[in-house]
Design a protein around this ligand. Structure first.
Ligand SMILES: C[S@@+](CC[C@H](N)C(=O)[O-])C[C@H]1O[C@@H](n2cnc3c(N)ncnc32)[C@H](O)[C@@H]1O
Length: 213
């Protein structure tokens, strides 16, 4: 991958970082906000639906929703260590043959992907420079549900982001974090015919499930 953000992503989410996250997931399960998104999806009923999980990391959403009845999973992640981790966890769960893991920039690989009943982006919108293309393209592939977790647009979440980016610059990593105005993200999702079905927030994060129609 040539985009500078993708080069930075490989450096940040490296093997050491991902191994720790996978061990944490195996010991404790998904983190709170991811658990909320999974529970909200389960409430809607996921039996027999297929899932496209973008930037899924170790694949917590994928593994938990397969247990809840999701039939097929496609994972796309820009970090190769995460792809490996999601794959190995699917093998461990005995459902690897029902998953496809693609290493790449979602915006670039999207034209080759099929639509899916459920599309999820858990803390991904804040890790990509072209929010408009990421959201527009991903929501365009969602047939029924679109689930996202992204930072709330607050003065201090933006400040945290500036500080994080300062340190990335110091170590010459091209990776940058982003906090986008909620109304700008939502406008794109609503424009594609989706409405909010579930909303919950923490101090920093918002967890939203949209349904088509
Ligand atoms: C903060 S991590 C979150 C991982 C996981 N979803 C979680 O919540 O633990 C951000 C993830 O988004 C991925 N990502 C960011 N932009 C991407 C893109 N354009 N295409 C594919 N993956 C992307 C990164 O590789 C990384 O896996």
């Amino acid at each position: 991958m040539t985009c500078s953000q993708c080069v930075g992503i490989e450096k940040v989410f490296n093997e050491k970082y991902v191994t720790k996250e996978l061990n944490d997931y195996r010991r404790k399960g998904p983190v709170k906000t991811t658990r909320w998104l999974i529970e909200a999806m389960k409430q809607t009923g996921v039996q027999g639906l297929d899932l496209l999980d973008i930037g899924g990391g170790v694949g917590a959403i994928q593994h938990e929703l397969v247990k809840a009845g999701v039939s097929r999973v496609t994972g796309v992640d820009a970090a190769s260590a995460y792809i490996q981790a999601a794959r190995s966890e699917a093998e461990r769960g005995g459902y690897a043959e029902r998953t496809t893991q693609i290493h790449g920039d979602f915006v670039t690989v999207a034209p080759k992907l099929d639509k899916a009943d459920i599309v999820t982006l858990d803390r991904v919108i804040c890790c990509y420079d072209d929010m408009q293309s990421l959201v527009r393209t991903s929501v365009g592939l969602a047939k029924k549900y679109y689930g996202v977790i992204y930072p709330r647009f607050l003065w201090w979440t933006r400040l945290v982001c500036i500080i994080e980016n300062f340190f990335e610059r110091l170590v010459s990593n091209p990776y940058r974090a982003y906090v986008h105005p909620t109304e700008k993200v939502e406008a794109i999702i609503k424009e594609k015919g989706f409405t909010r079905q579930y909303y919950r927030q923490t101090l920093a994060w918002q967890v939203v499930v949209y349904v088509r129609g």
